[in-house]
Design a protein around this ligand. Structure first.
Ligand code: XIL
Length: 457
């Protein structure tokens, strides 16, 4: 977050956009039993990643949101989503000047309703261009590309945590050169022009360069991307992060120096993201290594797998994902969850003693359940809370936050918000009786969430 070109507090404001904001006074604690100490091992990928200050996400095909088996896993396990195809150029601007946001908006709405963060993918790319753009060149293409970046980033302003501004702009092999494409032929500065347009259109989103085969630190392509990011940082081109697709499918493998790659990019002053992970035959060891490598690098913000079930994968014949075609957890799932749960506390920020304010009081009468608060990890700018419900298997729990604090993400429940944005009603969604959330302090480091009620049913 030490980027001179970034607006102060940008990310905080963006995360706050996940909730509707306004003010609510300090509320009396009711129905909460506050326990010291940390939560027990989390039982879902998103919850466990959040306890370590990370996200665990998946690519989503919007058409599959109608498949309840799919959506059940999505809502239970993941706290971040990337549109698999629905935010690509051909999907959003099928005809020049005619934008089609329906499917993408549907995914964003779903994510918001579940407290999931959204990665925008992707604003400028040589592939999946609409026919009209494929046929363009020169200044006409450059302007059309910049207009697309501006229009799309403006449309989604406030809803996108990270944009893959430019995707796959480097060539494979040993050349270290840019990939030839119609965009590249508009001039070598097309990438930085896209980043500048994106920053202007949505100053609150983090802007990423995303590519595949940049996992092995020794590869010429990795080194070439590294040098571009280094150059952008030195010249003040607005870039906040690098996405490593990490498709260890299609003939690519997890490299033993992967952690070096992550930490080397991070040392340039950008965050790193593992954006499209899949691994041929889903070996537990490689999945575990990827998780451990991310957890070892403070600026590795999270992991996104490229689909939920093997049958959802773009490379389904390689069975590369964490759930089988029937939606059952594979051994790699258990390895990933265990690695997340075993992960040390996040190296970012400065863990402090959680100072829950307010006294535990007796649960309010008549609710039919009890909500027990367990304070979680605390960082310099945010903290986690988990809440366990007893006495009912379906329930809704009302949680109030003291502004300017804001809940930035949630897991293992379905949240809705009052008009102030400071009161969240979390309903059970079939993923157990413990839910959790991350709260941004926004300058108030002492207040803690208050449970207002727990209602069975
Ligand atoms: C893939 C999708 O998974 C497929 O459904 C589509 O047919 C092609 O694109 N790198 C990327 C992703 O950045 O957008 C690609 O997604 C996979 C490779």
């Amino acid at each position: 977050m030490a980027n001179s070109s970034r607006a102060p507090g940008r990310s905080r404001r963006l995360r706050a956009a996940l909730v509707v904001s306004a003010a609510v006074g300090l509320l009396a604690t009711a129905g909460a039993v506050v326990l010291p100490g940390s939560a027990s091992a989390a039982s879902t990928l998103g919850a466990s990643a959040a306890e370590r200050g990370r996200y665990f996400g998946t690519a989503v095909a919007v058409s599959r949101l109608n498949d309840s088996a799919y959506t059940t896993i999505l809502n239970r396990e993941f706290n971040q989503v990337t549109a698999e195809n629905e935010m690509k150029i051909d999907a959003l601007q099928p005809n020049q000047g005619q934008f089609n946001y329906g499917n993408a908006d549907r995914l964003v709405q779903h994510a918001r309703s579940q407290g999931m963060l959204v990665r925008g993918h992707t604003l400028a790319w040589h592939s999946q261009q609409p026919g009209w753009m494929q046929n363009m060149s020169g200044t006409t293409l450059r302007n059309a590309m910049l207009n697309h970046v501006t229009q799309v980033a403006t449309h989604f302003r406030g809803q996108i945590e990270w944009w893959d501004v430019v995707n796959e702009a480097f060539a494979d092999g040993g050349s270290g050169a840019r990939r030839d494409s119609n965009l590249q032929r508009t001039g070598n500065d097309w990438i930085e022009a896209a980043f500048r347009a994106a920053r202007q259109a949505d100053p609150n989103a983090d802007l990423c360069y995303n590519d595949y085969n940049i996992d092995n630190w020794s590869d010429a392509k990795t080194q070439a991307v590294y040098r571009m990011v280094q150059d952008f940082k030195s010249r003040g081109v607005p870039i906040d992060c690098v996405g490593l697709q990490s498709h260890f499918t299609g003939g690519s493998n997890y490299p033993s120096n992967y952690r070096t790659t992550l930490s080397s990019f991070a040392a340039l002053g950008v965050d790193v993201h593992i954006t499209e992970l899949d691994i041929r035959n889903a070996p537990s060891d490689a999945y575990r290594n990827v998780v451990n490598d991310c957890l070892a690098v403070a600026r590795c913000k999270g992991i996104t797998v490229w689909g939920i079930r093997d049958s959802d994968s773009w490379r389904s014949s390689e069975n590369p994902l964490l759930f089988n075609g029937s939606g059952q957890k594979k051994p790699a799932y258990d390895a990933v969850l265990a690695a997340l749960n075993n992960g040390t506390t996040p190296p970012t920020g400065n863990p402090t003693t959680p100072p829950p304010t307010g006294n535990p009081t007796t649960p309010p009468p008549g609710g039919g359940c009890t909500a027990t608060v367990t304070p979680g990890q605390v960082w310099g700018d945010r903290y986690n809370t988990s809440v366990t419900v007893s006495g009912a298997s379906t329930w809704s729990v009302v949680v109030a936050i003291t502004p300017p604090q804001r809940i930035s993400s949630t897991w293992s429940g379905s949240p809705t918000w009052d008009s102030s944005g400071n009161v969240m009603t979390m309903r059970s969604n079939g993923s157990g009786n413990t839910f959790g959330f991350t709260t941004m302090m926004n300058g108030n480091s002492s207040a803690r969430p208050q449970i207002r009620s727990c209602t069975a049913g």
